[in-house]
Each structure stands twice: as structure tokens, then as C-alpha cells.
Design a protein around this ligand. Structure first.
Ligand code: FAD
Length: 279
């Protein structure tokens, strides 16, 4: 069993779609284990579309002696299907879940018996007691579908009150939003660790497209600098490493309880950032 680093780090992967992707991810994980993550998490596609791949990747991580968390989303799910999947995860030896509502592609009827992630957290606690450590999502820059900033904070509080042990944030590049979120959560007496989600910057178009969809703000100065590099991949990478390492330094200095890296199934940027941070 591998020993986690003293400052908690975690890494997120998505389940690969092809046998080559599975092989590549195995190699990526071995490189990333150098930073001694406390756990690695694996995303779960909308409506359970990646369930087999998610569970297979989680199984491999556990077999490699590393803590694993399965993401688990509930949009379109029924109590019966969730109950069945919880039993499978328990039998696999999974002890950690990242519990989400999820998103369905537009045009899909949501259906299902769960409306919000808080409903799923409550159900998991009622069904399985404290068998699982439950993380939920937090949005320092406000979830794009929230009615208001205040409503979103209360939606977060509902997930904690339903039994979440901690949270991982959507990625952001403005640490003030994160520290303000911590203050607001403290003022509500929530008392759970909120770990910032870190998205290394490795490509400009991908980041800009992805961020628009999930409501993560790319500050104007970062957007313009990235655009000014054009197709110069080396400059984008160098700039991205500087910006994201600075962000991580600010977060650590300000008391963030850990760092969660959205690896996008790549190792180089996460490893370089951790090396610069001395982690
Ligand atoms: P919720 O907490 O249910 O919130 C969804 C929206 O509903 C918010 O706008 C909230 O303000 C509002 N809301 C909540 N409760 C109420 C209420 N009672 N009344 C009115 N409004 C309410 N997606 C995937 O499909 N698979 C993944 O593996 C995945 N992993 C993720 C990991 C992290 C760390 C993060 C930050 C996000 C992840 N996502 C994933 C994306 C996530 O599913 C989407 O952001 C989704 O739109 C919201 O999920 P949630 O769990 O935050 O939902």
C-alpha cells in the first residue's frame, strides 16, 4: 500500500474509451504516483454512460494499492439502480465517493428519482450509513444554473447537512473567489474541508471552450495572454505552469486543506506544478 504525501493531493481521471487509452492511462498513473496522492478519483458520465469504464478504472487503481474514489452522479437514476451500484462499489472495496447530480446532454429527458446531489447524499447515508466517505462539488464562482449566489451557497450547505464529509471545487483561476467561499461556508458553520480543484493550463482552445460550458471564469488577462500565443504550444505551456503554480502557492499559503488536480489523463503539467511547489 503506498503512503500518501503529508500535504493531501488527489488526482482526477476520466475513464478511457479505447484499449489504447486504458494502456496510456496506466502509464500516466504510474508517473503520477510519484506525488503520492491520497486518492485518485474517476469521473462518471452523464446518466451512467461510463459506468463500466469508471468502475474498471477504479478497480485498477485499488489494485495498484492507491486510494480510489468513484464519482457517482444521479441525474436520470432511480433508487433501485443507485442501490445496486452502491452494493457493487462496496463489494469492490471502494470507500470514497464524489457524489454529484451530473448533467445530461440537452434534449435528454432528466427523469429519475433524484433532483439534486443533496438528495443522493441523503439516500447514500440512509442506505449505507458511514460506509463511504462522501465528497461533493463546490462552486466558488457559482454554479451556472444557480438562481443566485446565495441560493447556490445554500444548495452547498444542503449537501453538507445531508452528510457530505468534504468538498472539491470546480476549477478557478481567481483565489479570492475560493477564499470568499470558505468564509461564507464557515459563517454557516459547515465545518467541512473544501479542497480546491486545479486545472493545469496546457491548451488554450480546449480550456476556453470547456470553461464556458462549466461556468469557470478565465480572467481577462489570462484569456488575452493565451490568445496572444496563438499556436505557440510551448509558450502556452510555460505561461500555464507559471500561472497555475502561483495559484497553488496562494491557495496553500491561505490554508487550503489539499489540492485536487484535474489531470485530463495527462501527467506532465501536474508533476511539474507539484515539483515547483516542492510537493
Ligand atoms: P447540485 O449540487 O445538485 O446543484 C446543481 C444546481 O442545482 C446548482 O445550480 C444548485 O444551486 C441548484 N440546486 C441544488 N439544490 C437545489 C434546491 N434544493 N433547490 C433549487 N436549486 C438547487 N459531472 C459528471 O457528469 N460526472 C462527474 O464525474 C463529475 N465530476 C465532477 C467533479 C467535481 C469536483 C465538480 C466540481 C463537478 C463535477 N461534475 C461531474 C459536474 C457536475 O455534475 C455539474 O456541475 C452539475 O451541473 C452539478 O452537479 P452538482 O453535484 O454540483 O449538483
Amino acid at each position: 500500500m503506498h503512503q500518501a504525501a503529508p500535504f493531501p493531493l488527489s488526482i482526477e481521471f476520466f475513464p478511457p474509451k479505447t484499449p489504447e487509452g486504458v494502456e496510456k492511462l496506466r502509464a500516466v498513473r504510474q508517473r503520477l504516483y510519484a506525488i503520492k496522492p491520497e486518492f485518485c478519483s474517476v469521473t462518471y458520465g452523464a446518466g451512467g454512460s461510463t459506468q463500466a469504464g469508471t468502475f474498471a478504472t477504479v478497480r485498477e487503481i485499488l489494485a495498484e494499492g492507491v486510494g480510489a474514489a468513484s464519482h457517482f452522479s444521479c441525474v436520470g437514476a432511480t433508487k433501485a439502480t443507485v442501490r445496486e451500484q452502491l452494493a457493487t462499489l462496496k463489494a469492490m472495496g471502494v470507500k470514497r465517493l464524489v457524489t454529484l447530480r451530473g448533467d445530461l446532454p440537452s434534449g435528454y429527458g432528466a427523469g429519475g428519482e433524484f433532483h439534486y446531489a443533496s438528495d443522493l447524499v441523503e439516500f447514500i447515508r440512509a442506505e449505507t450509513g458511514h460506509d463511504f466517505h462522501i465528497e461533493v462539488a463546490a462552486y466558488p464562482e457559482i454554479h451556472p444554473q444557480a438562481k443566485s449566489a446565495e441560493a447556490d451557497l445554500h444548495a452547498f450547505a444542503a449537501k453538507v447537512k445531508a452528510g457530505a464529509n468534504g468538498a472539491i471545487t470546480q476549477y478557478f483561476y481567481n483565489s479570492d473567489a475560493y477564499f470568499r467561499f470558505l468564509e461564507d461556508a464557515d459563517a454557516l458553520g459547515l465545518g467541512v474541508p473544501v479542497v480546491p480543484g486545479i486545472m493545469p493550463i496546457t491548451s488554450s482552445t480546449q480550456l476556453l471552450r470547456f470553461s464556458d460550458a462549466c461556468g469557470a471564469e478565465i480572467p481577462r488577462w489570462i484569456r488575452l495572454r493565451l490568445q496572444s500565443f496563438g499556436d505557440d504550444a510551448a509558450s502556452i505551456k510555460a505561461f500555464g505552469l507559471d500561472v497555475v503554480t502561483d495559484l497553488c502557492e496562494q491557495l496553500r499559503a491561505g490554508g487550503a486543506p489539499g489540492l485536487h488536480f484535474y489531470s485530463m489523463n495527462q501527467s506532465a503539467a501536474t508533476l511539474e506544478i507539484c515539483s515547483r511547489l516542492g510537493l
